[in-house]
Design a protein around this ligand. Sequence first.
Ligand SMILES: CC(C)(COP(=O)(O)OP(=O)(O)OC[C@H]1O[C@@H](n2cnc3c(N)ncnc32)[C@H](O)[C@@H]1OP(=O)(O)O)[C@@H](O)C(=O)NCCC(=O)NCCS
Length: 212
Amino acid sequence: MTGNTSYDSTRPVERPRVVLRSRRAARGGVREHGPMRAIRLVTPGDAAALADVLQASREFLAPWEPVRGEEYFTESGQRAMIEVALARHEQGTDLPCVITGEAGQVAGRINLSQIVRGPFESCSLGYWVGAAHGGRGLASRAVADIVAAAFGPLRLHRIQAGTLVHNVRSRRVLERNGFARFGLAPRYLSIAGQWQDHVLYQRLRDTGSAAG
Ligand SMILES: CC(C)(COP(=O)(O)OP(=O)(O)OC[C@H]1O[C@@H](n2cnc3c(N)ncnc32)[C@H](O)[C@@H]1OP(=O)(O)O)[C@@H](O)C(=O)NCCC(=O)NCCS
C-alpha cells in the first residue's frame, strides 16, 4: 500500500500518553468514580499485591486463562511482566492498568493491548478480577473506565474483546458496556491448555455499540 493509505503498524505513533489521573486524584494516583476507584496505570510497586491476588485466585482463574508457569504467580514474575507492559505503554501499543477495589486495594488487571494506528485505530481488551473481589461490579466499572480512556485521550476508533463461549460473566460485562458480538472464532486461543472457540465483541467510538 502506498500514499495516505499506507498501513505500517510498526512505525512510531504520535499519541497522547494516558496517565489515568484526575486532578483530584493526582495526589493518590487513582481515578475517582464517586465512591469507587476503578482503574489506574499499573506500577512495578503493584507486583507483590498482584502476586498475592493471583496466588489466592489460581484455581478460580485457571479455566479462563492460558496455562501459566510458576513464575507468573511470584512477585518477581509480576514485576517482569509489568516492566514489559510499561515499556509497551511508552511505545504506545498498550495501556496496562490495575483494577482497584472499594478501599483502593489491587483487585485485578485490565489492559488495552495491540493498539494499532492508521486506518485501523483499534486495540484489544483483556481483564481479570480476583476471586475474592468478584460479583461487585468491579470488572464492569473497569471496562467503562478503559473504554473512556480509549475513546477519549487515546482517540481510538474500535476496541475488540474475545471471550470463551461459556464465560457468561465476562460476556455480561462486555454487553452491559455496549460491546456487540460480531463473530465466533473457532479454536481462537489456547485457554487452560486447549484451543477454544471464542465469541468476538467490538465497541466502536461514538456509537455505544458495534452497530456503527
Ligand atoms: C469475568 C470477570 C472479569 C467478571 O468480574 P466481576 O468483577 O465479577 O464482574 P461484574 O461484577 O462487573 O459483573 C459480572 C456480571 O456477571 C453476572 N454473573 C455472575 N455470575 C454469573 C453467572 N453464573 N451466570 C450469569 N451471569 C453471572 C453478574 O450478575 C454481573 O452482571 P450484572 O452486573 O448485570 O448483574 C471475573 O469473573 C474474572 O476475572 N473471571 C476470570 C477471568 C476472565 O474470565 N477474564 C475475562 C476473559 S474474556
